[in-house]
Design a protein around this ligand. Structure first.
Ligand code: DGT
Ligand code: CA
Ligand code: CA
Ligand code: ZN
Length: 570
């Protein structure tokens, strides 16, 4: 699939257009990049059906560029832009601290062309000689460089899962394949993935490996055998496929799903019972007889445990709880009855409110909240008070028309002092208010914590959106006192969001668990900026499950009447 490649190219084009200060087209290309990221289908197939322009954010010009790239592997416009800029400028912009102007300046004044050059210049104190740069800037740049180096080896789950599914599907379609599953961190829904692990059972391992190593997405074959092959996919991640015997499928699945720490616990437990567990099965130590292995349930049963969901196999107390029959009843995707954080073209979304409402209905939701950005957030198309009131009327009619409850809301910006970007009387008129921080990320932890608690204390704020502000691979969470925030949320009754956008997953799994332990209610929201992104819910649910979250903890698992009653009471 070329979807992510195209997303990267469009993002690069947007970066280069920023240097050229072509505001309007920057937006268009960012939107197109998001559309490519969110597209579940192979873009080549959409192109083959001549339906590219049905994708939100893709017009005629962009569709032509996509087709050009699919046909020739090149995009002239992209190549020309690249050629028109000095070497290295685009690379420098990968560093979170560096915008287009700074990148150009660094190149012109200091001759910096690479990230290594930049790091050296910072450490030697040369960057501070430039206008508006100081020792603090140098420190922040070095931190930014460390962040990209630290995360570059792993990719966000959201970028990897479609590829893993593609592999499963292609192999699963082979006649010679009986069972197929992902294993490893993908199956555990970790937020980032080191490599893709896939297991299959097959009567014809050679055919499986031939298909696997020649998939269109394979860039390089690392090894090819009959029981195991490894490749590198063109998105830059390794994938391993193992073929195992049907009698051992459950044991192999348990073993390769991990985590390592969970498996150590499980193995120790087996040994205490005179058993040995490995990827081939569960065996009696005294006579090596196999007692289990065909299914994972059998493996866990052999050591007197119920099956444990992969997302919580992290040795964080799950084995002990399983032993006492007290495992949580983890939330499932089907439990989610609506989305409470959705953007439309009224601010920076790619689709109209009506399209979002229809898409929510098509997912089987009972409700959806329209929550565009507030007035002060100019770069994200913040909505004026007058427009907001008009939108509210439109939104309510949409609900009747499409047979789904449409809640009118907003994502109100939390200003640096903790006050909100709409006055109280405006917020009061809305059904649901998400409040989030979008500026001044660098204040100290105490000040940031006070800022967010002050927002929670507003009687109109229902939900705190993406509470730590992190972007996987490009921005660390802001300094905040998580426990203080969760305790305030519990005291005040504020709902905390699990933002399901794959680069955010904010709050993260461990914080979600801390939240529910304190009785804080959660909302699993996509923050969708196009109708395709409503599917991000699964990543939020994965994060919630890793945080031991049950349906009763999540307000958008409530039926619509109960949700409305909950919001009214607040
Ligand atoms: P990743 O790929 O870094 O995102 O994380 P995982 O958990 O997928 O790790 P990976 O791919 O190295 O191995 C997959 C699973 O296989 C791992 O979760 C547990 C199991 N495994 C791998 N190597 C070992 C090992 O040396 N000892 C044990 N007990 N288990 C292992
Ligand atoms: Ca792995
Ligand atoms: Ca692996
Ligand atoms: Zn948002």
């Amino acid at each position: 699939m070329k979807n992510l490649e195209l997303a990267r190219i469009f993002n690069d084009i947007a970066d280069m257009l920023e240097i050229k200060e072509d505001r309007f087209r920057v937006q268009a290309y960012r939107r197109a990049a998001r559309a490519m990221e969110a597209l579940t289908e192979d873009v080549a197939e959409v192109a083959a059906r001549d339906r590219l322009m049905d994708i939100s954010g893709i017009g005629k010009g962009l569709a032509e560029k996509i087709i050009e790239y699919l046909k020739t592997g090149q995009m002239k416009y992209y190549d020309e832009l690249r050629a028109s800029l000095p070497r290295g400028v685009l690379t420098l912009m990968q560093v979170p601290e560096i915008g287009p102007k700074t990148a150009l300046l660094l190149h012109e004044k200091l001759g910096i062309e690479s990230i290594d050059d930049l790091e050296k210049a910072c450490k030697e104190g040369r960057v501070r000689t430039l206008p508006r740069m100081g020792a603090r800037t140098e420190e922040n740049i070095v931190k930014g460089i460390e962040l990209i180096r630290r995360t570059r080896e792993r990719l966000p789950l959201g970028a990897v899962l479609p590829h893993a599914r593609e592999i499963l599907e292609r192999l699963g379609h082979l006649k010679a394949v009986q069972q197929a599953s992902t294993a490893g961190s993908i199956r555990r829904m970790r937020e980032t993935i080191g490599d893709i692990d896939v297991l299959v059972t097959s009567t014809d391992p050679e055919a499986v490996m031939e298909t696997f190593t020649t998939l269109p997405a394979v860039q390089r074959v690392l090894s090819k055998g009959t029981t195991r092959s490894s490749v590198v996919l063109d998105v830059g991640i390794q994938a391993d496929v193992r073929v195992v015997e049907p009698e051992a499928f459950g044991a192999a699945l348990q073993y390769f799903t991990g985590s390592k720490e969970h498996n150590i616990k499980v193995r120790e437990r087996a040994v205490r019972r005179g058993l040995k567990i490995n990827e081939y099965g569960v065996f009696r130590i005294e006579d090596d007889a196999r007692v289990a292995g065909r299914t994972e349930e059998d493996v866990y049963r052999a050591i007197a445990l119920p099956w444990i969901p992969p997302e919580i196999r992290e040795d964080q107390g799950e084995v002990e709880l399983a032993e006492r029959g007290k495992l949580p009843r983890l939330i499932k995707r089907e439990d989610i009855r609506g989305d409470l954080h959705v953007h439309t073209r009224w601010s920076d979304g790619a689709d109209s409110a009506e399209e979002m409402v229809k898409a929510a209905k098509a997912r089987g939701y009972e409700y959806v909240a329209i929550t565009d950005h507030s007035q002060g957030l100019k770069f994200a198309g913040g909505v004026t008070i007058e427009d907001l009131r008009e939108h509210a009327q439109v939104a309510r009619r949409l609900g009747d028309r499409h047979g789904i409850a449409v809640l009118m809301g907003c994502e109100v910006d939390i200003l640096p002092d903790g006050s909100l970007d709409y006055p109280d009387d405006v917020l009061e008129e809305l059904d649901v208010v998400v409040a989030s921080v979008h500026s001044r990320f660098r204040m100290g932890a105490a000040e940031m914590t006070r800022r967010i608690i002050r927002a929670m204390e507003s009687p109109h704020v229902d939900i705190i959106g993406h509470m730590t502000g992190r972007l996987l691979g490009s921005r660390d969470p802001y300094a905040v006192e998580i426990e203080a925030l969760l305790e305030a949320a519990a005291r005040i009754g504020t709902v905390i969001e699990i933002n399901a956008t794959p680069e955010r997953l904010d709050i993260k799994d461990t914080y979600a668990r801390m939240a529910r332990e304190r009785g804080v209610k959660l909302a699993i929201n996509t923050d969708a900026h196009s109708r395709h992104q409503l599917r991000y819910t699964e990543f939020g649910v994965g994060t919630a499950r890793r945080g031991w979250v049950e349906p009763g903890d999540v307000i958008n698992a409530l039926p619509v009447k109960k949700l409305e009653a909950f919001l009214d009471e607040r």
